[in-house]
Design a protein. Structure first.
Length: 176
């Protein structure tokens, strides 16, 4: 189980976050790492392993992406990482132990990608969805996503909605 989380960690950085922020210059990327629903529906053992991995990988993720973006965390889990409102964009917004009714200070998403073929929010704050948020779904599960998948979805969004030479100001990814 821990190995799959390690693989997923590399995918988040190399195949999702870096292509969106570095290659496409997206100003806000939101990742939903753990919802409060995830905490309630897992066995005690699975939950213990998941929380151990999350507690170790989130600080590592913050450190690893710090060379190309600022990280803000929303959720009930404390990582001793205090989001600083004065940080410059681009932003990687991490939703950890979030709930669908949580307020989101990060604004509405221009586009929302759901992995695993579902069209549910799975704990993502519903207030990130605005009247013009474009929702995309892919059958691939998070660890199977590749840069080409992300670039394809971003391109479809750009062709349909963007007149300028950038893809989006805000993209949110929900991992199944």
């Amino acid at each position: 189980m821990k190995d799959s989380y390690e693989i997923g960690y590399r995918v988040l950085i190399d195949e999702i976050v870096q292509p969106l922020i570095v290659d496409l210059r997206v100003q806000n990327v939101g990742l939903f790492l753990l919802s409060s629903l995830n905490l309630r529906r897992r066995s005690e053992y699975d939950l213990e392993v998941l929380l151990e991995v999350i507690d170790r990988l989130v600080p590592n993720l913050c450190q690893e992406v710090s060379s190309f973006c600022s990280v803000r965390i929303l959720g009930r889990r404390d990582f001793n990482t205090i989001p600083t409102p004065g940080l410059p964009p681009p932003f990687l917004d991490l939703f950890v132990d979030s709930h669908i009714d949580d307020e989101s200070p990060f604004g509405e998403a221009d586009w929302f990608l759901r992995s695993g073929g579902c069209l549910r929010l799975s704990g993502a704050p519903r207030r990130i969805l605005g009247p013009y948020t474009e929702i995309f779904s892919t059958e691939k599960l998070h660890p199977e996503l590749r840069k080409s998948d992300i670039l394809d979805i971003a391109s479809r969004y750009k062709i349909r909605y963007m007149a300028e030479n950038h893809v989006s100001s805000t993209a949110n990814i929900v991992n199944h």
